[in-house]
Design a binder for this molecule. Structure first.
Ligand code: SAM
Length: 285
């Protein structure tokens, strides 16, 4: 598409349109143009998008495309695109395809030879990272933590070794449980920035530690939408890395051989590995 006029609406093209994550003024001029000029809009929640369109003075056919109809609806949308229509995909908020069903229709379009282009807009993950005051040079986006117990445990254990800044999404009613699990797996000392209600009236960034966040929300009711940005595990120097290549049992035995009591040896090995004492105990069982 690079030789074409970028602001024209082309047939048989899927436009991924970023929409505000809370502040309507964050809609871009190009997003308004595309939403006004495409043949139809595919929306995660047609009622939400209807509100956005009426605020922008746009009248357009809306079709529903969400988690529970994405297969059938995706196929109908692709058929219309192949027949020459243009479509804008919007999700409830932010960038389509980031932790929402948009991902699947982009894949389907690519497989069907349909052109896909992007009208970039706000994304909660990147906005939170920028505000976090943590390292932005290397980061990983983890979306929502799995709810299924064993998968969640595995993911938390992987995250305990992650040296890059970690970005997570979380719903308010699950925040306390998630902070507790993160504190157990990564240790209470680890820095976290809780970014809530971004771009809205009650926007707030709480920069604390995992232990501090657990304590704070024992007293305070979590409210609004949250992005959690967590500092990566501190990089260890050469000699410590060598110890980390030992098995957990050998690692503890190394410190015991230096004269440490078992509890202190476990604590020291956990510190080397950048994990909490309870996580270290689990590795030893
Ligand atoms: N596609 C969206 C994006 O680009 O950010 C994310 C969709 S995901 C289903 C919704 C999650 O994004 C929420 O549970 C919350 O974690 C985060 N989120 C969305 N809007 C937010 C806001 N204004 N402030 C903080 N977090 C937000």
């Amino acid at each position: 598409m690079d030789k074409l006029e970028k602001n024209k609406i082309y047939p048989s093209t899927l436009y991924l349109v970023g929409t505000p994550i809370g502040n309507l003024s964050d809609i871009s001029e190009r997003a308004i143009k595309v939403l006004s000029e495409v043949d139809f809009i595919a929306a995660e929640d047609t009622r939400n998008t209807m509100k956005l369109c009426s605020a922008l003075g746009i009248k357009k056919e809306l079709v529903s495309y969400f988690e529970h109809n994405k297969k059938a609806s995706g196929e109908r949308i692709i058929a219309r695109l192949l027949a020459g229509e243009s479509c804008a995909l919007v999700t409830d908020a932010g960038m389509p395809a980031i932790s929402d069903p948009g991902e699947d229709i982009v894949r389907l379009a690519a497989e069907s030879g349909v052109a896909v282009t992007v009208v970039p807009g706000p994304c909660a993950a990147v906005s939170a990272l920028a505000l976090s005051a943590l390292s932005t040079s290397r980061f990983v986006f983890e979306g929502f933590l799995p709810m299924q117990k064993s998968e969640r445990k595995k993911r938390l254990s992987e995250l305990s070794r992650e040296v890059r800044t970690v970005i997570l999404y979380e719903a308010p009613h699950k925040l306390r449980a998630t902070l507790n699990d993160l504190g157990d797996a990564l240790g209470g000392e680890r820095k976290i920035s809780l970014c809530r209600e971004l771009t809205k009236l009650n926007e707030e960034v709480i920069r604390t530690t995992l232990g501090g966040a657990v304590k704070l929300y024992e007293e305070k009711e979590p409210r609004g939408e949250y992005v959690l940005v967590i500092e990566g595990r501190a990089d260890k120097d050469e000699s410590e890395n060598e110890l980390n290549s030992l098995s957990p049992e050998e690692h503890v035995a190394h410190y015991e051989a230096l004269g440490m009591a078992k509890m202190d040896a476990i604590k020291a090995a956990a510190k080397d590995r950048g994990i909490s004492k309870s996580e270290m105990y689990k590795l030893l069982i």
